[in-house]
Design a protein around this ligand. Structure first.
Ligand SMILES: Cc1cc2nc3c(=O)[nH]c(=O)nc-3n(C[C@H](O)[C@H](O)[C@H](O)COP(=O)(O)OP(=O)(O)OC[C@H]3O[C@@H](n4cnc5c(N)ncnc54)[C@H](O)[C@@H]3O)c2cc1C
Length: 464
């Protein structure tokens, strides 16, 4: 059997490598950057990390379950996290499978056979600049979801500087400037907090209201609270809205619009420093953009102001540029995949890490990898079991929303509820034979609770 191809050695790709290696499935990893760690390696040219970035989900809810982080920080910074991924790769002997500085440019079906039955051709450009093509029975795509900037267009033209958060590294860029940040997602708020110490002025343009979650509640990382059986969505929304009001007050007081949706129907913002700075008068909330005119920005409420630098904190869009869209069943802003992993045609392509969820962490990505590995092992060793697994995809797909009505935004198109998702993953994993006779579910004991209720606390990462 030729090795499976795995694209990317970020947290998801490493999880994939570990799961395939545990299942005894040969694989080769193609990594465009010089090291493991994905976007947590700020030196990876594709990284969208910035100097001040730390986890927004807490260490213990984010780390790989079988490899606790050697850290006392609740919310470690990116350099510590990069070291963690290096240690993870070394501990499980993953590096020897990785071809670094090797960028995949094309993934095409052998003989043009879109069923994937004949396998896939992977073309990559290596460190010497030469392209080579190798044949693989299956390809796992783990090239990340937060790399391709979403750059909206606005009427008019801004003649000052414009940058997307993906290019932001250090707050020195703000020195003495009048800064407008468009979008108050997690990255927008982090960067606004950086900017207030450097810029001449900072405004934050928002279209809708947000829910702000403190990093600590009752003296503990907020996402470590409320572990146990998840509350029904409506009850949790009711309780958590009130808990947040008690801790952070009403963001409307600071100029934010009232959210026109319930908590957890979009990604909450894990940042209350932004509210402190608003309270100190260090920055202002302004309305949605109406148009640009030279250095002047006109807002939807008729107000206007002049700026030197506009920062687009407008998020990212999914991109799998090396594979034709039909192979991934793209229907809208995201491929429509069974369990966010499997194209419904089961063509031998697998997507790993195309998941956004409050609190899913890297362990959630590992559980995706385990399912892929168990399916590939079943295809090899027990084809009937693999066929039954595929049959399940022909029935109505499980509800992964957990009863939450997510906003109909592009960035929410692959959003899931972590409890519903992990519960489903566990069930599907149990439906497959354990690879090589060892428990496929080894790292997810079948009787163990799946990470408890989503707490009233910190959430994992849509960094818009
Ligand atoms: C500022 C910031 C803070 C965040 N905070 C959190 C948090 O607190 N908690 C959390 O869980 N998540 C957080 N995230 C989300 C983050 O995306 C995940 O933690 C994690 O990095 C996703 O891993 P990944 O492997 O899927 O993608 P990535 O980390 O993006 O890794 C993808 C890898 O694929 C490689 N690659 C891409 N294209 C190719 C190609 N064509 N050929 C070969 N290799 C390729 C890249 O070089 C990269 O190494 C944060 C993100 C950002 C930007």
């Amino acid at each position: 059997m030729n090795p499976i191809a795995l694209i990317g050695a970020g947290p998801s790709g490493l999880a994939g490598a570990r799961a395939l290696s545990r299942a005894g499935i040969p694989f080769t990893v193609f990594e465009a950057g010089p090291d493991v760690g994905g976007l947590w390696n700020i030196d990876n040219p594709r990284s969208t990390m910035y100097e001040s970035a730390h986890l927004i989900s807490s260490r213990t809810t984010t780390e790989f379950a079988e490899f606790p982080m050697d850290s006392t920080a609740d919310y470690p910074g990116h350099r510590e996290l990069h070291r963690y991924f290096r240690s993870y790769a070394d501990a499980y002997g993953l590096r020897e499978h990785i071809r670094f500085d090797t960028r995949v440019t094309a993934v095409e079906p052998v003989d043009g056979d879109a069923t994937g039955a004949s396998g896939w051709l992977v073309t990559a450009i290596g460190p010497d600049g030469a392209a080579s093509t190798t044949e693989h029975p299956a390809v796992v795509l783990a090239n990340g979801t937060l790399a391709e900037p979403n750059v909206p267009t606005f009427p008019g033209e801004f003649t000052g500087e414009v940058m997307h958060t993906s290019a932001y590294k250090s707050p020195k860029v703000f020195d003495g400037k009048r800064v407008l940040i468009i979008g108050a997602g997690n990255s927008g708020c982090d960067i606004a907090v950086d900017a207030v110490h450097h810029a001449a002025s900072v405004d934050l343009s928002v279209r809708r209201g947000y829910y702000f979650v403190p990093r600590y509640l009752f003296g503990r990382p907020s996402d470590t609270l409320n572990q146990g059986r998840p509350l029904p969505a409506r009850i949790k929304q009711f309780v958590d809205t009130r808990v947040l009001r008690a801790f952070t007050g009403d963001p409307v007081r600071f100029g934010f619009p009232e959210p026109d949706y319930r908590i957890y129907e979009s990604h909450p913002i894990v940042n209350t420093l932004i509210l402190n700075h608003l309270g100190q008068g260090d920055l202002r909330v302004v309305r949605d953009i109406d148009r640009f005119d030279g250095r002047t920005v006109h807002f939807a409420d008729g107000s206007e102001a002049d700026y030197d630098l506009v920062v687009l904190a407008t998020g990212y869009r999914l991109d799998y540029p090396f594979v034709a869209r039909e192979h991934l069943n793209w229907t809208s802003a995201a491929p429509e995949l069974y369990l966010n992993i499997f194209p419904p045609s089961f063509n031998g392509l697998f997507v790993l890490g195309m998941i956004e969820a409050s609190g899913i962490g890297w362990q959630g990505r590992y559980e995706q990898a385990e399912l892929i590995a168990a399916y590939l092992a079943a295809q090899r060793d027990e084809p009937d079991a693999a066929s039954r697994f595929r049959d399940a995809a022909a029935r109505p797909w499980p509800d992964l929303t957990g009863g939450y009505h997510y906003l109909g935004l592009d960035r929410m198109s692959y959003y899931v509820n972590k409890d519903a998702y992990r519960r489903t993953m566990k069930r599907m994993l149990r439906s497959l034979p354990a690879p090589g006779g060892a428990a496929a579910a080894a790292s997810v004991p079948v009787d163990a609770p799946v990470d408890g209720a989503a707490p009233a606390g910190a959430r994992t990462g849509s960094r818009t």
